[in-house]
Design a protein around this ligand. Structure first.
Ligand code: TXA
Ligand code: MG
Length: 357
């Protein structure tokens, strides 16, 4: 979107609401955010109330220039190696879909960081988000603008569905580009660690700063491991019906054979549930749409272009709710790079219900 299109958007009113401690939903390049003054604990508390969000789940602070990092965070507490890595990541990926965890300065309220001694910071690239931060002159705390537990909003209409009557204003910037939340990387430990996978992949980070770990709680099916990002422990993005992921764990290494097996299995599950009188949907990549037999086949994007799947995922989950679908089935996606971020969201939406065939 170019700035010409933003003339109609009343940024001045939005900035004023934020300055007065109110709540404004706004588009970012990832998902819509629900913004409030990050340094005002009363304003931040309103975010938790509007979303119905547990108070131990900290917020991301959105800024419009790199300099602000040095006023929000105890940058000098990082080792010189980590400071260097932080600078490299900020230069390479900001503005953009990367959130970085730093030690916080004392004036960043516990009400924003969920009582943690660290703070999550990101500079979004969406022009409306940047302009709102600039015009308000503030750091804006903003979680995704959904009710807690619902799929994140990728359009202003989704925000309205969840937040109508609960917030002061929604800035409509159309559908977002990326569709899944930012990658979160923690720089406060010995090795940079991904706490939430996203559009910026581990490979992209490693190319610039060397070794990067992934929070073990995200990849190991051990319920005793606590994710380092508090929000990652909650069931999330959950549609109202029951979503199951069908993956191929068979011996065949032939990808075509594998995907046929999965489609056949999903078709059998669909038939059974439809015969029992349930409304059933299949989330199908474009390449496989013709292989499914189901009353509701919802095209989710193209296998050949993973970013289209990321962009459509949350809207499709919301569509399933609108259609009052009782059972949803999806194939699994290649768990590398962007596919890893997609699978992370799908697994959460499915409550980790995976069927191996
Ligand atoms: O793309 C995004 O990041 C979007 C847009 C609006 O910017 N925001 C977003 O915020 O996804 P939210 O609140 O839905 O998710 C923030 C995640 C949560 O899992 C939270 O636990 C984690 O970030 N987080 C925030 N501060 C943290 C901290 N200091 N340490 C560890 N995790 C933190
Ligand atoms: Mg969220």
């Amino acid at each position: 979107m170019n700035f010409e299109n933003l003339k109609d958007v009343n940024l001045q009113d939005a900035a004023k609401i934020l300055q007065d401690g109110g709540l404004v939903a706004f588009p970012t390049e990832t998902v819509y955010g629900l913004g409030a003054d990050a340094l005002n604990p009363v304003a931040a508390a309103k975010i938790y109330a509007a979303k119905g969000r547990p108070s131990d789940n900290p917020l991301i602070v959105h800024i419009a220039d790199i300099e602000t990092v040095f006023s929000l965070t105890d940058f000098d507490m990082l080792s010189s190696d980590m400071q260097e890595k932080a600078r490299i990541l900020m230069d390479a990926f900001w503005p953009g879909p990367l959130t970085i965890i730093f030690p916080k300065k004392a004036h960043v309220p516990d009400g924003t960081t969920g009582g943690l001694s660290t703070v999550a910071v990101r500079m979004p690239s969406h022009p409306l988000a940047l302009e709102l931060i600039r015009q308000s002159g503030m750091c804006i705390a903003a979680p995704s603008a959904n009710l807690s537990g619902r799929p994140s909003p990728t359009t202003a209409k989704h925000v309205q569905e969840d937040m109508d009557g609960r917030i002061d204003m929604i800035l409509d910037g159309g559908a977002v580009g990326i569709g899944i939340e930012s990658t979160i990387v923690d720089l406060t430990g010995d090795i940079p660690t991904i706490l939430r996978p996203g559009y910026i992949t581990r490979t992209m980070l490693q190319e610039l700063i060397g070794e990067v770990e992934i929070d073990r709680a995200l990849i190991e099916a051990d319920a005793n491991l606590r994710p380092k990002a508090p929000g990652m422990k909650y069931t999330h993005y959950a549609p109202k019906g029951e979503l199951s992921i069908v993956e191929c764990k068979g011996e065949s290494t032939d990808l075509f054979e594998q995907s046929q097996k999965v489609c056949e299995y999903i078709n059998a599950l669909v038939k059974e549930k439809q015969e029992q009188g349930f409304k059933v949907a299949v989330l199908a990549p474009k390449e496989h749409v013709s292989q499914y037999q189901c009353d509701y086949i919802l095209p989710i994007g193209e296998l050949a272009k993973g970013e289209t799947i990321a962009a459509n995922l949350y809207a499709i989950l919301r569509q399933c709710d609108e259609l009052e679908i009782a059972y949803m089935y999806t194939e699994s996606y290649d768990n590398t790079n962007l596919g890893g971020a997609i699978m992370n969201r799908l697994l959460k939406a499915a409550g980790h219900r995976v069927i191996s065939v």
